[in-house]
Design a protein around this ligand. Sequence first.
Ligand code: CO8
Length: 258
Amino acid sequence: MEFVTYEAEGLISIITINRPNALNALNSQVLEELDQILDQIDTASVRALILTGAGNKSFVAGADIAEMSTFTKKEGEAFGKRGNHIFRRLETFPPPVIAAVNGFALGGGCELCLSCDIRICSENAVFGQPEAGLGITPGFGGTQRLARIIGPGMAKQMIFTARNIKAEEAYRIGLVNGVYPQKELLLEAKKMAKGIADNAPIAVRNCKKAINEGLQVDMDQAVAMEERLFGDCFETLDQKEGMKAFLEKRKEKTFLMK
Ligand code: CO8
């Protein structure tokens, strides 16, 4: 692939958007390659995924403005649909996804990190939804996910004003979980991924599902869903192993995803 790379490191995998000449902007080809990478990942052998951008300036500086500039209504809607489909795949991807935001996360780039489970960033990261200044709305889920993550008031402020915010502000409003020096960012993402990978994968995936799907329904339905996913874990070998290790006062555990 030309613009997206994939590396596996044990139970952790890293996807890198690699189009540095355009600050990793998302054109149709980048989106297609991202979709193909998700197809190719063997979810049985990956316990946590990290998504980042190549270089130390930009995570993703948005959807490709040059490509979008001549779109018709129909093409605009189709491009939005394509991006939404891929971002939704990422959001519902079975293993958790950590966005390691290493610079600009603007427009579609901000939306890309919003579709990940967890966001951490480098000190030079900049977040924003500049679309209103370009004469469009966010089109890869930004109006929906930003409001759910940082609340509608702050999301509306960011989207209506099209003002970019720096890492510290992103941290203060809960858009990212941590801010690190650029050279430590990937290391921190890997540490977090390892912390996830050490736990029982069926349980972790059920937690992801319970949180994501529970937020879309009322509390009665949400707790009923949690009960099912909780019940699902019993009789797995990993539940036996996790509880046995506790009772035996044993720190080392082997989770087989069975
Ligand atoms: N699209 C295309 N090319 C880009 C983009 C982009 N989003 N961002 C940067 N580039 C290119 C520049 O054109 C430039 O190319 P060249 O060297 O050939 O001129 C190269 O990357 C380097 O960029 P700059 O020279 O501008 O670098 P600076 O350090 O001066 O500035 C900025 C960095 C501030 C990030 C600046 O590049 C910028 O403002 N970029 C655009 C950011 C933006 O507005 N992003 C939002 C785009 S809209 C969007 O994402 C909508 C998503 C939903 C789509 C739904 C479809 C229906």
